[in-house]
Design a binder for this molecule. Structure first.
Ligand code: GDP
Length: 548
């Protein structure tokens, strides 16, 4: 006769077999799909963002590239070249030398998109004015690009100016970990004058070169997906969004889901204002037809039909509501906020301090907190108050912001609240260390310790039925509880470790028996008990770590 548990096990086995089969089938299908996908992959154009300190010439550089290389067909459609947040240029008028520029210069826009989870940029151009050199926002931009793992090409700008000193810029770059190629490093630097148009072709050549190395590819045959570059509400047209198609081909009539917005694509407009029917990978395109205005950085994807579109949006809206409820909980570092490799948790930090000296001191002190089980990584160090850009970088990199004798500005505070970023401020270094150590400890799994609960001595052994033996005991220390972790000792040697099956006071089953009382103990899987044996009961407890 089979007992219930055996039937259950058999049923479970059948379930498991069916499950495994399903999983295998899925895996096979996916493998085939990825093989097909791989064959369909085609080269795609690089997408570039321009970053750098204010007034170093980002806008001028973008304008100058656009004016000289953008194929303007707008004259044919009424002479309006509209700005849609990104545009395509062709070096040497060659369609194979295509580059897409994201039209919102500055690392804030870049990081805001990244904070939404989007990676739109393949290459970052860092503009540094040769008459001014590396400035605080240049350093910020370097760190933002590095945190996103995006290759940097440096455009040393304004070389036409009398006070320009490009070599000084190269020297300063090395101090920030960007060693120019001409000095034996691997950072490409190009001397340009955005105003006069000098060096622009060379810069574009280098962009294409870096893109070649990156081997950027996409499948034009797939359903389209990509990212929102910008979006707004137009009184006449409704929600208007500029999308960057990253994979697949987007077509008029497609059903698309963008964040929590959705709709059928009513019209597609190219960056030169032409109405087009389709947009292939690495194409910026303006679309009409969305139900609401999405956010820059939201992902979009084409789905099969309206039904699927609506159900995805419904699900996302519910998730968003849950997230809002979550955000109302007190701010603290959550376990999932820790990004680490190889299973070692890592605490990402951004440090802002009042002077270079103190910023350096804080970074060095924190570097000493390393342990084998948890790492700290300083994503960015800056001087001055905590800004919105710091918060966005923290949000994009799952980092904690530490302010040392600095404040946060009003925008930073609002952004921190919205993004759920934790800002901690201190006036004394050792407080930072204490606090960070505590935070690191709280992120580690607690230690598991065995705690002894009590001991009993076997004074008599009773046999019930044919085999079951019961130990008649006297509790000599602590208490005996019915537990999984009992150990039986004979002459000081451990002879059995396992669960107590029954614990009795006279005829009653009890949960525990205190010191000085007698009790009966039997084990689930052990019968060899003798007078004089000692039974010890322990339990495991999780204890918070006290030190790294
Ligand atoms: P952004 O804040 O980085 O976007 O800088 P802008 O593009 O607005 O440029 C700031 C100022 O620098 C403007 O007055 C530009 O005309 C000037 N500028 C930009 N590039 C050059 C350049 O290559 N040479 C010179 N002489 N001036 C430039």
């Amino acid at each position: 006769m089979k007992v219930c548990a055996e039937y259950e096990l058999e049923v479970l086995d059948e379930d498991l077999d069916a499950y495994m089969e399903e999983e295998l089938e899925k895996e096979e299908k996916e493998k085939k799909l990825t093989e097909v996908d791989k064959k369909l992959l085609k080269r795609r154009a690089p997408v570039v963002s321009i970053m750098g300190h204010v007034d170093h010439g980002k806008t001028t550089l973008l304008d100058s590239i656009r004016a000289s290389k953008h194929k303007i067909v707008a004259s044919e459609v009424g002479g309006i070249t509209q700005s849609i947040g990104a545009y395509t240029v062709y070096l040497d008028n060659n369609k194979d030398k295509k580059i897409v520029f994201v039209d919102t210069p500055g690392h804030e826009a870049f990081t805001e998109m990244r904070a939404r989870g989007a990676k739109a940029t393949d290459i970052a151009i860092l503009v540094v004015a040769a008459d001014d050199g590396i400035m605080p926002q240049t350093i910020e931009a370097i760190n933002h690009a590095k945190a996103a793992d995006v290759p940097i090409i440096v455009a040393v700008n304004k070389i036409d100016k009398p006070g320009a000193n490009p070599d000084r810029v190269l020297q300063q770059l090395t101090e920030h970990g960007l060693v120019p190629e001409e000095w034996g490093g691997d950072t490409i630097t190009v001397k340009v004058s955005a105003l006069q148009g000098t060096g622009i072709d060379e810069l574009l050549e280098y962009i294409l070169l870096v893109a070649d190395v990156q081997d950027l590819k996409a499948n034009p045959k797939a359903e389209a997906s990509g990212v929102v570059i910008e979006a707004n509400l137009d009184k006449g047209k409704g929600a208007v969004a500029t999308l960057l198609v990253q994979n697949g081909t987007l077509r008029v009539g497609n059903c698309i889901v963008v964040g929590t917005a959705c709709g059928r694509v009513r019209a597609l407009l190219s960056d030169s204002g032409e109405r087009i029917q389709k947009a292939e990978p690495s194409t910026p395109v303006e679309i009409l037809g969305l139900s609401e205005v999405p956010q820059a950085g939201d992902y979009f994807e084409v789905v099969k039909n309206e039904k699927e579109m609506k159900s995805i949006v419904q699900e996302r809206k519910e998730k968003e509501r849950d997230k809002r409820l979550d955000a109302m909980l007190p701010a603290h570092v959550r376990r999932e906020a820790v990004a680490g490799e190889e299973d070692i948790p890592q605490l990402n930090l951004i440090i802002k301090a009042n002077t270079n000296g103190s910023a350096e001191a804080v970074s060095q002190a924190i570097a000493q907190l390393e342990s084998d089980e948890i790492k700290t990584k300083i994503i960015h160090v800056g001087v001055g108050d905590i800004s919105e850009a710091d918060v966005m970088l923290a949000s994009a990199s799952n980092a904690l912001i530490l302010g040392f004798t600095v404040k946060e500005d009003a925008n930073a505070l609002a952004a921190a609240e919205k993004e759920g970023v934790t800002i901690k401020k201190y006036d004394i270094i050792y407080q930072i260390l204490e606090d960070i150590e505590k935070t690191m400890l709280s992120l580690l799994e607690p230690e598991v310790k065995e705690v002894e609960l009590g001991k009993a001595e076997v004074r008599q052994v009773f046999t019930i039925g044919k085999t079951t033996r019961i130990a008649g005991c006297y509790v000599t220390e602590g208490k005996i509880v019915r537990s999984k972790d009992a150990v039986l000792y004979r002459d000081g040697k451990e002879i059995f470790r396992g669960a107590i099956d029954q614990l009795k006071r006279f005829k009653d089953d009890v949960k525990e028996v205190a010191q000085g009382f007698e009790c009966g103990i039997s084990f689930a899987k052990w019968n060899d008990i003798e007078v004089g044996d000692i039974i010890e009961v322990s339990t495991t407890e999780e204890v918070e770590r006290q030190s790294l």
